[in-house]
Design a protein around this ligand. Structure first.
Ligand code: FRU
Length: 484
């Protein structure tokens, strides 16, 4: 694969070369965000899985580093997390220089066995030493993985907590430790809510509701594959409480059986950074889907060369008597917006001849007496091609049709995604477009849809009313300022 010559996403993290899947070990330490990720150092398939590494001071531009933790005869280095061992509880660093400690899954093939192992770094996350006593937590099973560790500090005490899964059993398992090497079982959660497929990459963290620190809830994130809401890989979240031992889910709302972090097909294995303040809880997910990730064309850097989602700040908000997780993307430097304002639209009209290759679009449309509207993104001047983002007021949903341009892609790739939105006459959307992806934020970010899209031949932005005329209050587009 000739990476130097393939067009690359402008807004999203992508490795310099080779295979990538889940983000791992997200940690903010000494002014830098570290992103480790599942990679194959030697090829474009999911094999020899190791941890790649990049860092950033702003979550926008990334510096690539050498492979951090390599697979070896003990197994591949599957997903996991990094914590800063302030207090040197592990004895692996010193009081002045805390070790960064990675807990990951050591995945061996013969026999098939998955256990949690430890590696540490005393040079700010650049080089890592595997712990001599690995694995540190072994149940003797084959699908026990994805440890996410955090420091619990609450009424029950102060200790490390590891959140893991028995993937096939669809169970989240919690363990505790005082030194990051010896772990004892606390409790389990599940199967519950969305239970198709295997459960993977859990995360558990507290957030304030509506910014009120006296109203704390805990959020459990569970990736599952297949069985996601849009097909294949997807992520649910569960809101509840955590007393230091047990996670207890809040009573299920009757209208929707599960809460989905994302309604698209390409937001998977998302986890959050350690080392940030509570108000800065930030998630990054892999922008792909196990349904087709292995089959995307290797010659096309944009699709095969996987990317991460935009980093998203998380918060909890009350909406119509329910608490919802809100995601707000971390913005990139943008050019001045060009906007279309106050136009009524019935038949299809071109709003812009040339959408930027990557950027942000904000949309505010009053549907008045119409049934909805459709935006054509990157169509040609006659309206052909382009992905179609539509709002249907009666059904209260946003749909995204990414079938255009998808000929030649894997059979399971072309699809139409559906995202329920609170609905109403006035619709506001924030859309982040890149050369081969789209992230749509509705209802202030409580509803998100993330999809890869095939690169399109056209450049036009067009809109049409459906079942009547709609009033475009404002549609504004700002291109991204390419870094470097
Ligand atoms: C999720 C996942 C994890 C596993 C890793 C292997 O995408 O299947 O459960 O640790 O990928 O690369």
């Amino acid at each position: 694969m000739t990476d130097a010559h393939t067009p690359r996403p402008l807004l999203h993290f992508t490795p310099e070369r080779n295979w990538m899947n889940d983000p791992n070990g997200l940690v903010f330490y000494r002014g830098k965000y570290h992103l480790y990720y599942q990679c194959n150092p030697d090829g474009t398939m999911h094999d020899h899985i190791s941890w790649g590494h990049a860092s950033s001071t702003d979550l926008v531009s990334w510096e690539h580093h050498p492979v951090a933790i390599r697979d070896d005869e003990a197994g591949e280095i599957f997903s996991g997390s990094v914590v800063i061992d302030h207090g040197n509880t592990s004895g692996l660093g010193s009081a002045d220089t805390p070790a960064l400690v990675a807990l990951y899954t050591q995945a061996s093939r013969n026999p098939s066995r998955q256990a949690q192992a430890l590696a540490y770094s005393i040079d700010d996350g650049l080089t890592w030493t595997k712990y001599a006593g690995n694995p540190v937590l072994d149940r003797g099973t084959g699908e026990f993985r994805d440890p996410k560790v955090f420091r619990y500090d609450g009424p029950a005490g102060s200790y490390w907590v590891m959140v893991t899964v028995e993937a096939v059993d669809r169970q989240v398992l919690l363990y505790r430790s005082d030194d990051l090497t010896r772990w004892t079982f606390l409790s389990s959660f599940g199967p519950d809510r969305a239970v198709d497929g295997v459960w993977e990459c859990p995360d558990l963290f507290p957030l304030a509701v509506d910014g009120d620190p006296s109203e704390m809830r805990w959020v459990l994130i569970i990736s599952l594959s297949p069985g996601g809401v849009a097909g294949g890989s997807g992520t649910q979240y569960v809101i509840g409480s955590f007393d230091g031992v047990t996670f207890t889910a809040d009573a299920e709302a009757t209208d929707e059986p599960a809460d989905w972090l994302d309604f698209g097909r390409d937001c998977y294995a998302g986890v959050t950074f350690d080392g940030l303040d509570r108000e800065e809880r930030t998630l990054i997910a892999w922008m792909s889907n196990w349904d087709y990730a292995r089959e995307l064309p290797a010659g096309d850097g944009l699709l095969r060369h996987a990317m991460m989602t935009l980093p998203r700040r998380l918060s909890l908000v009350s909406r119509a008597g329910r608490i919802r997780l809100r995601q707000q993307p971390v913005s990139a430097p943008l050019e001045r917006e060009s906007a279309v304002e106050a136009v009524s639209v019935d038949e299809r009209v071109t709003l812009m001849e040339r959408l930027p290759e990557a950027g942000r679009m904000t949309v505010r449309v009053d549907t008045r007496d119409a049934a909805g509207f459709a935006l054509h993104l990157r169509c040609d001047p006659s309206g052909d091609g382009g992905v179609v983002l539509a709002y249907d007021r009666g059904d209260r949903r946003v749909t995204l049709d990414r079938r255009p341009g998808a000929d030649g892609l894997p059979e399971s790739f072309p699809s139409v995604e559906v995202m329920p939105v609170p609905g109403g006459r006035l619709v506001e959307l924030v859309i982040w477009l890149d050369r081969a992806s789209i992230e749509i934020f509705a209802d202030g970010g409580t509803r998100v849809l993330t999809d890869l899209i095939a690169p399109q031949a056209g450049t036009v932005l067009a809109i049409e009313g459906r079942g009547g005329a709609v009033h475009v209050e404002r549609i504004a587009v700002a291109g991204v300022i390419a870094s470097g």
